[in-house]
Ligand binder design. Structure first.
Ligand code: FAD
Length: 242
């Protein structure tokens, strides 16, 4: 990456919230400050724990930085707010200048340069978050790999980073994206309903020694699609979970 100071902590460490960027109706990107010459010590796809003490109880939840790995001076978390969600609501209630305790980064289902030349991504909702930094990394580093994203959501307004995916399709010939919506608008040209075996067959690279597939989303979706991917011939080690 670069010669920046690389930050990793076991103990919860305070980070100052320096910017907030709305993305969808319930998702925002929160930017946290690092020293100007520092970056998180992580591979794309690794995650941090956010620690919060609420009603006297300390809890933690995992969040995958969405910023480009190697970025110095800041990192971003893209977080969906759940109405009954404890930590996601806590994060959405933070204001500029507030501090949030985090530990890590910790190893998740990450990308390692050279691991594949045909890379599938199957994301449901916020399951896209580990994939954001992986896709940004592969495209901006001009890594020799063909990328195939299948992104499932309820409605069009739930699609996180939608403008970015459209721009990537225009800018990078090696980036392909197929959306699947449960409730599509009229004249929708992508998929509808759920991610089926047929959708995987049509929109992922076929199984092979140079293929891997990142899979992340709500647990029922991940359980079902992991089984389906294996039935379609993707070996267990080629399926990467968060
Ligand atoms: C490795 C890893 C990385 C993650 N990275 C991110 C990330 O970058 N961005 C992000 O937004 N989230 C991410 N998550 C999910 C995150 O850790 C929390 O689970 C999520 O923010 C909900 O936490 P909460 O405390 O708000 O909700 P909780 O208090 O844990 O849950 C309360 C209620 O919220 C609702 N809820 C919570 N999670 C879901 C869900 N997945 N689907 C539907 N309803 C739900 C349910 O109604 C649930 O009963 C990641 C998870 C893992 C394991």
């Amino acid at each position: 990456m670069n010669s920046a100071i690389r930050i990793k902590t076991k103990a919860p460490t305070p980070y100052i919230l320096s910017a907030i960027e709305p993305d969808t109706h319930d998702t925002k990107t929160f930017r946290f400050a690092l020293p100007a010459d520092a970056t998180l010590d992580m591979l794309p796809g690794d995650f941090l724990y956010v620690h919060a003490t609420l009603d006297g109880k300390t809890i933690k939840r995992a969040y995958t930085p969405s910023s480009l790995p190697g970025s110095t001076g800041f990192f971003d978390l893209t977080v969906k707010r759940y109405e009954s969600g404890v930590v996601s609501k806590y994060l959405h209630n933070q204001r500029l200048g507030d501090t949030v305790l985090m530990s890590g980064p910790n190893p998740g289902g990450h990308w390692v340069d050279g691991m594949a030349t045909r890379v599938g991504f199957v994301a449901g909702g916020t399951g896209i978050t580990p994939m954001i930094s992986i896709i940004r990394w592969i495209l901006t580093q001009r890594i020799d790999a063909e990328l195939f994203l299948i992104f499932a959501n309820k409605t069009e307004t739930d699609i996180i980073c939608r403008q970015e995916w459209e721009q990537d399709i225009r800018e990078y010939r090696n980036f392909h994206c197929h959306h699947v919506l449960e409730q599509p608008p009229t004249a929708w040209t992508h998929g509808t309903g759920r991610v089926t075996p047929d959708v995987l067959r049509r929109h992922l690279p076929p199984p092979g020694p140079d293929t891997c597939v990142f899979l992340c989303g709500p647990p029922p979706m991940v359980d079902t699609l992991e089984t389906t991917l294996k039935e379609l011939g993707y070996p267990e080690q080629a399926i990467i979970l968060p």
